[in-house]
Design a protein around this ligand. Structure first.
Ligand code: PRP
Length: 215
């Protein structure tokens, strides 16, 4: 039986864009486009097996070798610090990690700052680099509500278009870092399946280059 390359894709709009890049690079898998609830798709001819996973879980599959490669946001890589290789910046899924607060927010440096976030590790590292004492309130979603209800002073969250902040009368206080989707590889897989991983990485890099030139 042919050895397949296992690829974890982030479920959702970003994942569909990512799959199109793989497809254009010659690693198509037509069955993935059939409308179904299936999560795993393979094409023996191209030697690839794709599976849809929750975006924040991609790096877990890749780190543990259940997937050989995958695509994860830089936010996830900085939050969970998985032991994987980061091969390529795909230049899509662009957004930023930022501190945000109510429009009329004024910082009081004499107080411990209460920060609500899904990204506790990033938040801890960021404020520790500033030498600021904080109280992290870990939430799992709808973070924007926290300062409105007085649960926190600020939030650390992803800002893409800025619409969610605007519609909730919040604004960015400080941008922390830019985010984009990255191609990642399991470390042993990179060694033992190097040929096909390099081929995929090169095919994706070529598309990024061509898109850049057409801009
Ligand atoms: C993300 C993020 C913001 C929103 C930002 O939320 O946490 O809420 O997108 O996008 P915008 O700047 O374009 O408005 P997500 O959809 O992942 O939901 P959740 O945080 O509530 O889980």
């Amino acid at each position: 039986m042919k050895t397949m390359l296992n690829i974890a894709l982030p479920k959702g709009r970003l994942g569909e864009k990512v799959y199109t890049m793989f497809e254009n690079g010659g690693f198509e898998c037509p069955s993935i486009k059939e409308n179904s609830r299936k999560l795993i798709f393979e094409n023996e001819n191209t030697g690839v097996r794709y599976f849809w996973v929750k975006p924040s879980d991609v790096s877990i599959y890749v780190e543990r070798g259940a997937a050989d490669i995958g695509v994860a946001g830089k936010d996830i890589l900085l939050e969970y610090e998985p032991d994987v290789y980061e091969l390529l910046d795909l230049g899509i899924g662009k957004c930023r990690m930022a501190v945000a607060a109510k429009n009329d927010y004024r910082d009081d440096m004499s107080k411990t700052l209460r920060v609500a976030t899904k990204f506790s590790n990033i938040t801890k590292n960021y404020y520790s680099s500033l030498g600021r004492d904080i109280d992290i309130i870990h939430l799992n979603g709808s973070i924007e509500i926290a300062p409105i209800l007085g649960l926190s002073d600020v939030i650390v969250d992803i800002v893409e278009t800025g619409t969610t902040l605007k519609e909730n009368n919040l604004s960015v206080v400080q941008e922390i870092f830019p985010i984009s989707a990255r191609l990642i590889s399991n470390k042993p897989s990179f060694k033992f399946k190097n040929d096909i991983i390099e081929k995929i990485s090169d095919a994706l890099a070529l598309q990024i280059k061509n898109t850049g030139e057409n801009k």
